[in-house]
Design a protein around this ligand. Structure first.
Ligand SMILES: [Zn+2]
Length: 340
């Protein structure tokens, strides 16, 4: 690791805007300033005050007008990464910035002729773990999940799903998404009103998040080898479909977060099982998705496609009760393994 640090260069060249984007923070730019709610972990004041935190774009310095005080970009990282406020913490924060934001400049090897552009292309695309959590800012007992969808408070709490009061996801139900290692990498927000859906879409996905790299619930089931061996892996489209199945005792489920399967998702699925149960939505998009996924997996695994009951008014897994699910799986047990 390169331990040489140019503090002056970091203070000037690493810009708050890039660091804010790295942390997925919502902000507005007013004139020569970034203005937003205070993102600092120590902040004890009103988290909803979207005017509390100011960054001077000229000076590359921040100030929280409530309690936290101000500082430069290195100080900011000491706060955000919970580092100590001494020389050691300052050094670690600077190193963090250098590695994350000045990587191309930090190469001290004169024989390294690799072009930065080429290097960038070759770096594998990953979702960076979030450095914040909405855990304490969510309302878990929102009627949409509890009354309308019929999930228990215990279940939604266990999966960290709740209604978000503030920030980018305000007014939406947010679903935490983890990578294969179980690190939190994003929150996806579902609209609850038609107006919000029309304006920002039914599902709001943070711009830096690559949905195709993850499978929802994968990190929880990947080690359950016996369950996967005996019953295979059920693949559904949405969060609530997966939750419904989990709630009814079918833990071996992942959600694609859509009706298509990426190459990465395919690799993840095949890495844990060779028995796959496709249970996508019973509509045009779902049927198309099922066909295409089936075609890709059929030569590499046993694939079962769940057939909805004839003349059924149910369009997605979340519409089934426990007894109906058991009956459906029972009915689908017999018949062609190819699901044709
Ligand atoms: Zn503050």
């Amino acid at each position: 690791m390169n331990n040489w640090i140019d503090y002056a260069q970091i203070k000037v060249e690493v810009r708050f805007k890039a660091v804010f984007e790295y942390y997925n923070l919502q902000f507005t730019i007013k004139g020569r300033e970034i203005v937003c709610a205070c993102p600092l972990p120590l902040h004890a004041g009103d988290r909803d005050n979207n005017n509390a935190f100011h960054v001077s774009l000229e000076k590359n310095c921040f100030n929280c007008f409530t309690h936290c005080g101000g500082g430069n970009i290195i100080d900011f990282i000491q706060h955000m990464e919970n580092l100590s406020f001494d020389d050691d913490g300052f050094r670690k924060a600077a190193l963090f910035l250098q590695e994350h934001f000045l990587a191309d400049n930090s190469s001290q090897n004169p024989t390294d002729e690799e072009k930065p552009d080429k290097k960038k292309q070759e770096a594998p695309l990953v979702n960076k773990p979030l450095t914040f959590s909405l855990e304490n800012r969510l309302k878990y007992d929102h009627p949409w999940m509890i009354q309308e969808k019929g999930f228990s408070l215990e279940l939604v709490k266990k999966f960290g799903i709740g209604w978000c009061k503030t920030g980018l996801m305000a007014g939406r139900i947010v679903y935490p998404v983890h990578n294969t290692k179980g690190e939190l990498v994003a929150y996806i927000g579902r609209a609850l009103t038609q107006k919000d859906e029309n304006q920002r879409g039914k599902y709001l996905v943070p711009s830096q998040f690559h949905k195709h790299l993850e499978l929802w619930n994968f990190h929880r089931i990947r080690e359950k080898k016996k369950l996967l061996r005996d019953f295979g892996l059920i693949v559904v489209e949405g969060f609530n479909d997966a939750l419904r199945l989990i709630d009814q005792g079918f833990e071996n489920v992942v959600a694609l977060m859509g009706c298509s399967m990426s190459d990465e998702q395919e690799r993840m699925i095949l890495s844990v099982t060779d028995k796959i149960v496709l249970f996508l939505d019973n509509n045009e998009a779902g049927n198309e998705g099922t066909k295409s996924i089936h075609k890709r997996l059929i030569h590499r695994a046993f694939v079962k496609v769940i057939q909805y009951p004839e003349n059924s008014d149910k369009i997605q897994p979340e519409d089934f009760t426990k007894d109906e699910l058991i009956e459906l799986f029972e009915q689908n047990k017999t018949g062609d393994q190819d699901g044709q």
